[in-house]
Structure formats: C-alpha cells, structure tokens
Design a protein around this ligand. Structure first.
Ligand code: C2E
Ligand code: CA
Ligand code: CA
Ligand code: CA
Length: 278
C-alpha cells in the first residue's frame, strides 16, 4: 500500500508537470497567434423578441491556427486569463469589434449594437475604461452602440472595485450587460447598485426548456427580476421554437442562439444584416 501511495504521488506529480508544460506552450503559441494576426471575430445575431428584428451582434473570438484550424475560446481564454495574455488579446478584441462595427455603419448597413466579452482579469486588472475610451475614439464607433458583457462572477469577486469600473464605463456612454446570469453568486443587493442595462440568462437554463419545470421557473423569475430592476433581459442558447415561444410569452426582450444563427464570420454576418435591412 505504501508503494502504491508513492507511485500515485509520482504519477500525480508528473501529470502536473506535463499539464504545466502544455500550458506554457499554449501561452507562447497564443502570444504568437495574436502577433501573426491569426485571431478572428465571429458575430452572432441578437434578435428583439418583441419585433423580430435583428438589433445586435455578440462578437465571439476564434483562433484560426494554420495547422489545427479553428480553436474554441473555451480552450484558450482560461490560459489567456491566468497568464496575462488576456490584456493584449482583450484589447485586440475591443478594437477589432469597434473597427468592424464602424465599417458596417460606413457601408450603410442597418445600425446595430455590438457586444464584446470582457473577462474577469481584463475587467479588474487592466485599465478597461481608459482603453475603451481610446478604442472608441480611434474607431469612431459610437459609444451607445457598444455593449460590454461582464460575467456575474467578475462582479461578485470584488463588488466595490467592480462598481467603480462599471461607473467609469457607464460615463463613457456605453451599455453594460451581465453575462451568464444565474451561474455565479452575486448578491442581489450588489446587483441593485451596479449601473447595468441588460441581464443575459445563461444558456444552461434555456437548454432543457420545455422539459425542465425548474429551468422554466428560473428563466421566468430572471426575466421578472430584470424587469423589476429596470433592465432588459436576453436569453442565450435558444435552439427551438418552443424555447422561443416560452420566452416571448414571459416577456423576454432579446434572444441569441442557433435557432436564429450560429456565430458567423464578418462577411456572412454582413450579408445577413443587408437582408435584414432590405
Ligand atoms: P459566452 O459569452 O457565454 O458566449 C456564448 C457561447 O454560446 C458561444 O460559444 C456561442 O457560440 C455559444 N452559443 C450561442 N448560441 C448557442 C446555441 O443556441 N446553442 C449552443 N449550444 N451554444 C450556443 P463560444 O463562441 O465557443 O464562446 C465560449 C465562451 O468563450 C464565451 O461564452 C465567452 O465566455 C468566451 N469568449 C468568447 N469570445 C471571447 C472574447 O472575445 N473575450 C473573452 N474574454 N471571452 C470570450
Ligand atoms: Ca458573452
Ligand atoms: Ca453563457
Ligand atoms: Ca461566458
């Protein structure tokens, strides 16, 4: 038993070292990919549930590796977060989203909001407000059309700092959304003090509608809560007509999901936008 114990430890130790090595390699590749211009933004439509109109797009990051193909953000955002690469990467995303949004406006396409994800470290450890102000100025994209999505956990972690950052962002005139609402542990008391515009219901609560009574109860409660606090509510991950009808019936304001469209490369999104405006 003693031997097995020490072997197990050795195995664990080796495994950790291997994992650490892989992380370092990924981090280095990530930095290089950013420099080489291998990052892309895809855009997923956001639809107004009251009017059926396309009103916005969420920018979602893709790593286009020449050898591996498209790499999902789920694989590299955590590494970017914990290594500090998220600073330059997040700034690139912000700049690219505003540049693209302004290019669509200048091409005469219908006006729409662009939502950009901001991660926890980017939110709390970089000068996100200063950088956003700079990006808006450089791109010419109007502040009121930019929405920043901040996860509930980022706000819950350090509510006082979060409040100060949110207030500075709000002063720039942009919109603020809470992402993945319902999955973190933010207290409602804090939530009430944050200057927010939108709650995004996590797709984990939408997925099992209409089979899960619990998920239906949670979703309709979040819609009612958001509205009671003067916020708009968006449901993400809507895949079926039944989910759409349920949300419409509960007065949800916007949805995103495969039922309308997967995230699209910029050219494909522009084509969709052109059709929507016609
Ligand atoms: P998220 O912000 O919650 O984004 C929604 C995710 O759900 C996206 O995955 C989207 O493609 C996916 N999705 C949308 N509609 C549906 C649907 O109907 N069904 C299903 N099953 N999935 C749907 P994606 O693009 O792989 O992004 C994963 C996560 O990576 C995002 O979750 C976000 O947390 C993070 N991420 C993506 N881009 C960025 C970025 O530019 N910066 C930061 N910090 N994080 C990002
Ligand atoms: Ca998001
Ligand atoms: Ca989510
Ligand atoms: Ca998320």
């Amino acid at each position: 038993a003693k031997n097995r114990g020490s072997n197990a430890w050795c195995f664990f130790h080796e495994y950790m070292t291997q994992a650490a090595r892989e992380r370092l390699a990924l981090e280095a590749r990530l930095r290089r990919a950013l420099e080489l211009g291998h990052m892309r933004l895809f855009y997923q439509p956001q639809v107004d549930l009251h009017t059926g109109r396309l009103t916005g797009a969420e920018a979602l990051l893709r790593w286009h590796d020449p050898e591996e193909g498209l790499i999902s953000p789920a694989r590299f955002i955590p590494v970017a977060e914990s290594s500090g690469v998220i600073g330059p990467l997040g700034l690139w995303v912000l700049g690219e989203a505003c540049r693209q949004g302004q290019a669509w406006r200048e091409a005469g396409l219908p006006e729409l909001t662009i939502a950009v994800n901001v991660s926890l470290h980017q939110f709390l450890l970089t000068d996100i407000a200063g950088e956003t102000a700079q990006v808006l100025e450089t791109s010419g994209f109007p502040a009121h059309l930019l929405e920043l999505e901040i996860t509930e956990s980022a706000l819950a972690e350090k509510p006082e700092e979060a409040l100060a950052v949110l207030s500075r962002l709000r002063d720039l005139g942009l919109r603020l959304a809470i992402d993945d609402f319902g999955t973190g542990y933010s207290s409602l008391a804090h939530l009430k003090r944050f200057p927010l515009d939108l709650l995004k219901i996590d797709r984990g609560f939408i997925y099992d509608i209409p089979n899960s009574g619990d998920d239906m109860a949670i979703s309709s409660s979040v819609i009612a809560l958001g509205h009671a606090m003067g916020l708009k509510v968006l449901a993400e991950g809507v895949e079926t007509q039944e989910q759409l009808s349920f949300l419409q019936d509960k007065g949800c304001d916007f949805f995103q999901g495969y039922f309308c469209s997967r995230p699209l490369p910029a050219e494909d999104f522009a084509r969709l936008l052109e059709k929507a405006g016609a």
